[in-house]
Design a protein around this ligand. Structure first.
Ligand SMILES: Cc1cc2nc3c(=O)[nH]c(=O)nc-3n(C[C@H](O)[C@H](O)[C@H](O)COP(=O)(O)OP(=O)(O)OC[C@H]3O[C@@H](n4cnc5c(N)ncnc54)[C@H](O)[C@@H]3O)c2cc1C
Length: 585
């Protein structure tokens, strides 16, 4: 019998000894008779709820599957979540059109409060050292102006609440919250089913156990599925920022901005006309110092991080760190004076959008400065209680399906993979897993198969593992490429980004691979192989730039030519892949 211990001293006892010692334990730990299910999903995060919704909404499965979802937290807090208008929670995800289409198909998207979501109609991404910039717009992707954006920014709570509302009218799923999985064992017979032991004393026996239980997945430990990965030694600071509305001569607040600083990318994600969400990946020490400062200091530093040259940003970071270490955090007046001096020394005009110490430029109702669309609106304050930070890491399991003692288990979402949020792909990958797994379960039942068997689950792992791996490794490479100030790399990536800006087909390929185009809107009939091939090309381009930088560092010549060749070949390959595809349509 295998046994998983999670945290508490009670859970470290074997299940048998726990049962024998039941008189000495609180009643909530005493086991009752096993209850049998076809599917038990552990984890009521967005991925677990989406899987339960997807399975529950398939009419063919409604009479054939008994499903339970177990969540340690209190789901009523999400169900009853009702924030005051104008305030937004700090966890916001960018949902691709493919993810939205999937949620529409299962019937949960209509329960999302649309007024609290915002489309992304343009993305501006630039290098913090060279300032080379790449712009993604809907028209460049061949999306009609009437499209609902390239992606949609949605609070995770809004999404989870919509899934719970959908599950409310899906009677085949039993939701069990405030119940922590304490251990998982398996029946002591050949091919025995997993037994899920809850801290309430219930034991759920299941034909298929799904781990949607996040990065520290108990299901993954039970199934002894190993994983590999690394910490980025980076914290993502998140918060909700208030800012002035954009003036009448500017585009609406539907542009996402991301600047790649050597310490990590900073992203500005619009959620309404006057509020946007921050994801700022930076060093743990700076994250600690910024969180300990007054919120107005963070607001000023966000404005500076999108505007000032890298040399000044580095100076400001050092000032904040020194002040924090001395026990006297920098004050709002001090940081304002520093930024003002830096703006003057870089000859930044007070009426330019690059000036943030005064809000003259963004507050003016008249003709905006010419550079107004180059940077996000000036942040005026941070919404109370929204500042937090999360450690970032890369992690991918060796497999998605358990074998041997861990058979009849499968992993989805962050339980299987965690990535850097720089491309906003983590949850989208998880929803891709859910879509595929629900289809495999459905097909297995229609074919009279055993949904917990390796054969039934194999198509899931075949379809998802490498698809996820490609996107994960491309994001990882991007992070590493931009996480340096080394001169050859900076020069190459500057050339690379400028060339990329001209290559519509390549941009479309990258966006397509990232799932930004909905299935119905795709201009060409991209199948998953083409998507994968295109993403491979894009990822290889980034890899080649790094290799080229290494070579260039040795020969000290031909940097620009080297990068240009790499990217031109990449573009040619991408557009010929598209032409091939067109022939097939
Ligand atoms: C700063 C930041 C920004 C991000 N931005 C984006 C973005 O723009 N787009 C995007 O697609 N992704 C984004 N992501 C990634 C995304 O947030 C995650 O991929 C997603 O939340 C994972 O969902 P999940 O349901 O798999 O896991 P989780 O949300 O971790 O849920 C796991 C659940 O399992 C439960 N659980 C764990 N152990 C037990 C147990 N023993 N018993 C019972 N229940 C248990 C937990 O309580 C939890 O509710 C971002 C991540 C970060 C950190």
């Amino acid at each position: 019998m295998s046994l998983l211990a999670i945290g508490s001293s009670a859970s470290r006892l074997s299940f048998k000894s726990l049962r024998n010692a039941s008189l000495n334990y609180p009643r909530r730990f005493i086991s009752t008779a096993n209850e049998e299910f076809d599917v038990v999903v552990v984890g009521g995060g967005p991925v677990g709820l989406a899987l339960a919704s997807a399975l529950g909404s398939k009419t063919e499965l409604q009479n054939s599957l008994k499903i339970a979802l177990v969540e340690a937290g209190d789901l009523s807090k999400i169900r009853d979540w009702s924030p005051p208008p104008g305030t937004f929670s700090n966890r916001v995800v960018s949902l691709t059109n493919a993810s939205q289409t999937f949620l529409q198909d299962i019937g949960s998207w209509k329960h999302v409060e649309k007024e609290r979501t915002a489309p992304i109609e343009e993305m501006q991404v630039w290098d913090g050292v060279s300032d080379a910039r790449i712009t993604f717009s809907m028209s460049e992707l061949g999306l009609p102006a009437s499209s609902d954006g390239m992606a949609r920014l949605t609070e995770t709570l809004n999404l989870q609440r919509s899934l719970l509302r959908h599950l409310n009218i899906t009677p085949t799923v039993e939701l069990t919250d405030k119940s922590k999985v304490m251990s998982i064992t398996s029946e002591e017979i050949p091919g025995g089913w997993p037994l899920v032991h809850l801290d309430t004393g219930r034991v759920l026996k299941t034909r298929l156990l799904v781990g949607a239980d996040g990065p520290n997945s108990p299901v993954r430990s039970f199934a002894k599925i190993s994983s590999y990965g690394w910490s980025y030694d980076t914290q993502a600071i998140v918060c909700t920022m208030d800012h002035l509305p954009k003036g009448p001569f500017l585009s609406p607040n539907t542009t996402a901005y991301q600047r790649f600083l050597p310490t990590g990318p900073i992203a500005f994600l619009p959620v309404s006309a006057t509020a946007s969400s921050l994801v700022w990946s930076t060093t743990p020490s700076l994250a600690t110092a910024l969180k300990a400062s007054e919120p107005s200091v963070l607001a000023r530093m966000i404005n500076a991080a999108f505007r000032l040259p890298d040399v000044s940003i580095r100076y400001l970071h050092d000032r904040i760190l020194e002040a924090h270490q001395s026990g006297k955090p920098i004050t709002d007046e001090e940081i304002k004076a520093e930024i003002s001096w830096r703006e003057q020394s870089h000859s930044i005009d007070r009426t330019s959008a690059y000036s943030s110490v005064t809000t003259e430029a963004s507050a003016s109702p008249g003709i905006p400065p010419l550079d107004a669309e180059m940077v996000p609106p000036t942040v005026t304050s941070i919404q109370t209680g929204t500042i937090a930070s999360f450690p970032l890491r890369y992690n991918h399991t060796e497999a998605y399906i358990g074998e041997g003692q861990g058979s009849r288990t499968v992993l989805v979402g962050d339980a299987a993979h965690t990535i850097h949020p720089l491309a906003g792909q983590g949850l989208n990958l998880g929803l891709g897993d859910v879509e595929c797994l629900a289809r495999c379960i459905h097909d297995s039942i229609l074919q009279g198969g055993d949904i917990g068997s390796y054969t039934s689950l194999l198509p899931y792992t075949q379809e998802r593992y490498f698809e996820n791996h490609k996107i994960m490794s491309a994001c990882d490479k991007l992070h590493k490429l931009y996480h340096t100030t080394s001169a050859p790399v900076v020069q190459l990536r500057s050339v690379g980004l400028e060339i990329l800006n001209e290559l519509d087909s390549l941009k479309a390929a990258i966006m397509m691979s990232a799932g930004s185009v909905s299935r119905t809107d795709r201009p060409l009939s991209y199948n998953s192989d083409t998507r994968a091939a295109m993403f491979n090309l894009a990822a290889k381009g980034v890899e080649n730039i790094r290799t080229a930088a290494h070579v260039a560092g040795v020969v000290k010549s031909g940097l620009a030519g080297l990068a240009a060749n790499v990217l031109q070949n990449l573009a040619k390959a991408a557009s010929s892949a598209q032409q091939e595809q067109r022939k097939d349509v």
